[in-house]
Design a protein around this ligand. Structure first.
Ligand code: NAD
Length: 270
């Protein structure tokens, strides 16, 4: 293992990525910390400071969706620290570098646990948002999705109902609540991409939320090299071929620049 944010770790990560045909990345909340969005765990994380929230959110929603929607409308009047940060956030240099890694043909797919939409805004194209997207709504019955502004929310007639055909299912935010099953299509995409990976990057994730944390382990079991980018140790650190200990907004642009240099000198040599 190569430790610490040092030039050797950057070079070792770039060596692995420059050889990859279909690298896959798993991103977590740390990826957006330099965009001003707090993480849940780790130093300064919301839960580290304030304690864990109730982990039965979906059960609460399913028991009384109307009450859940009423609370959501009330909370929208006074956004929380997390909600305010999400609204103000812009993609950071790490998001931009990851989109560039895709554009140069190295990163084949990105699985993100983030709901903040920053990867898409940075230009990422092959993307699975395994925990949903905060700007979308989803039917709990047929799984249809719509941009949130297309769903008319009538405070006198909650919860909103599905807009498709005769479905009439209850609509909720697209973001996956604690205790809620992950949409099947997202799981299939994550498994398919993990099976294709020839290099696996984990970025800014504490790697304790499943099933997301399982994908790098599955790739590692097939002998795929893992690169971890995180200022703190995680359960994946001991499996990683290369660990870049540092913030992704600083590390990723340097790694991508080094990958570009390796790819263009390989072109010249041909
Ligand atoms: P987590 O909060 O459990 O862990 C965050 C990780 O990021 C830690 O390991 C921490 O060391 C690392 N980190 C902190 N600063 C970093 C930086 N600058 N660069 C790189 N890494 C950094 O996050 P998780 O593993 O993604 O799991 C939490 C769950 O919470 C996810 O399911 C996600 O959906 C949700 N979440 C999303 C957002 C978001 O959309 N931005 C923010 C918070 C939580």
């Amino acid at each position: 293992m190569t430790g610490s944010l040092d030039p050797d770790a950057i070079a070792a990560a770039a060596d692995l990525l420059a050889r990859a045909q279909h690298a896959v990345a798993l991103a977590g909340a740390g990826m957006s910390k330099e965009s001003g969005i707090p993480t849940f765990r780790g130093e300064g994380g919301l839960w580290t400071r304030l304690g864990e929230p109730p982990l039965n959110q979906y059960e609460t929603f399913a028991r009384d969706p109307r009450r859940w929607w009423e609370r959501r409308l009330e909370e929208a009047q006074q956004p929380s620290e997390f909600g305010g940060a999400l609204e103000a956030a812009q993609p950071n240099p790490g998001h931009v570098a990851l989109a560039a890694l895709e554009a140069i043909g190295v990163l084949g797919h990105l699985i993100t646990q983030n709901i903040d939409d920053l990867h898409r805004r940075a230009g990422q194209r092959s993307l699975t948002e395994i925990h949903g997207n905060r700007h979308w709504m989803r039917c709990t019955v047929c799984g249809a999705r719509w941009p949130r502004e297309q769903v008319h929310i009538d405070a006198a007639d909650l919860p909103p109902r599905c807009l498709e055909g005769n479905c009439d299912g209850i609509v909720k935010s697209d973001t996956v609540m604690f205790g809620e099953p992950i949409p099947f299509g997202a799981l299939v995409a994550c498994e398919r991409e993990t099976d294709r990976a020839d290099c696996f990057l984990t970025i800014g994730t504490s790697a304790v939320v499943y099933p997301a944390a399982q994908y790098p382990v599955d790739a590692w079991r097939r002998g795929v090299p893992l690169i971890e980018i995180n200022p703190e140790e995680t359960p994946l650190s001991e499996l990683a071929t290369v660990v870049v200990r540092g913030p992704s907004g600083a590390a990723l642009p340097r790694i991508v620049e080094a990958v570009r240099a390796r790819r263009s000198s390989a072109e010249v040599a041909r």
